[in-house]
Design a protein around this ligand. Structure first.
Ligand code: XIL
Length: 338
């Protein structure tokens, strides 16, 4: 990857020494990260819930430890995220917050204070942020409302302010809008909503550098392998439109769900590998794509098992390494694609 000017990376987590987690404090996972990764991202530890126990308090204990470790072993870290613009992903205290007599001022100060505090704490140590995460409702393509955006005035003002505050506080960082729209036909409304949002940012001069394509992708069965051809059409049109506006692309959270495949592990793993290869070939045809981050290196710690278990209860296998840290065909597929 380095030879081609690319970085492969992964999310990682906080954990006590010896904990069986996707943590830097887990020696087996730490070794895997150091061997295969050129960039890392904290899975949960920069989110408001993690660092913002209340309106008046920050807690950076875990995040500091993670970033400190990454620096010690020479791995750059991305920031995820400065605002997850959905009520269910903001801390409960924030959704219930009393913004007082001048709500737009109070909301402005809360949000800008958050971004300032985080960005200035890490300064040049973080060169890329998912500034806003998942603001578009895939059901109708509109922006979500949150307590913060109601207090501030509107979702659009909230997102614009978030990016402007991030640029001011981290002038040298890549600022990313991150979302999970995909090529699937059922995602047309989501894609259209994201395009409208990105067009609006351009029209209003909002400082956004790249679209984060999360890439929690789903195979469509063993006979419907992804090839460049099957991703042509809507997905290419979407990415062409995004890049034509001047946005770069980042793969921020790659993992692969095998929904329509039989339980046979070899069959599943090969289909997942083929699918990953086809997907990366399409994505890497866009020269601005330099960073490819997996949402976890091993099936052992992947969030997918809890998020969407397989109907037949067979363990999920969405990552390049299996639950015993053995490399799977998906790892070879990534290596072949780059
Ligand atoms: C997920 C984490 O992996 C889980 O541990 C947590 O419980 C919920 O969030 N899109 C994102 C990530 O932007 O932050 C999500 O991470 C996965 C989907």
């Amino acid at each position: 990857a380095a030879a081609r000017g690319l970085r492969i990376g992964s999310c990682f987590a906080w954990g006590r020494p010896g904990a069986d987690r996707g943590s830097f404090a887990n020696p087996a996972y730490a070794a895997l990260l150091r061997r295969d990764c050129g960039i890392l991202v904290p899975e949960n530890e920069m989110k408001w819930q993690a660092i913002r126990p209340s309106a008046t308090r920050f807690d950076f204990t875990r995040l500091d430890a993670m970033i400190g470790w990454a620096e010690k072993v020479g791995l750059p870290v991305r920031g995820h995220n400065l605002l997850w613009h959905q009520p269910k992903w903001m801390p409960a205290w924030e959704e219930a917050h009393d913004f007082g007599a001048n709500p737009s001022r109070a909301a402005h100060d809360l949000l800008v204070g958050h971004i300032d505090t985080v960005c200035k704490r890490y300064n040049a140590r973080i060169r890329s942020y998912d500034v806003v995460n998942e603001a578009v409702n895939p059901a109708d393509g509109t922006l979500y409302d949150t307590a913060l955006s109601r207090a501030l005035g509107s979702p659009q003002e909230t997102l614009d302010l978030t990016f402007r505050a991030a640029r001011a506080a981290a002038p040298n960082a890549q600022l990313v809008y991150n979302d999970y729209m995909s090529w699937e036909p059922g995602n047309a409304t989501h894609r259209a909503g994201v395009l409208r949002l990105l067009e609006g940012f351009k029209a209003r001069g909002v400082p956004v550098d790249a679209l984060g394509v999360q890439s929690h992708i789903v195979t469509q069965g063993v006979d419907a392998r992804v090839s460049v051809a099957s991703l042509e059409g809507e997905w290419h049109r979407f990415l062409d439109a995004v890049t034509a506006m001047g946005y770069d692309l980042v793969i921020t959270e790659l993992d692969v769900r095998d929904n329509a495949l039989p339980a046979d592990i070899a069959v599943r793993d090969h289909a997942v590998a083929d699918f990953t290869r086809g997907y990366l070939d399409v994505m890497l045809s866009y020269p601005s794509l330099r960073d490819i981050l997996l949402w976890g290196m091993t099936d052992r710690y992947s969030w997918i098992e809890g998020f969407e278990p397989r109907k037949d209860k067979a363990a999920r296998r969405p990552c390049p390494y299996d639950a015993n840290f053995k490399a799977k065909p998906m790892r070879s597929a990534i290596a072949a694609a780059i």
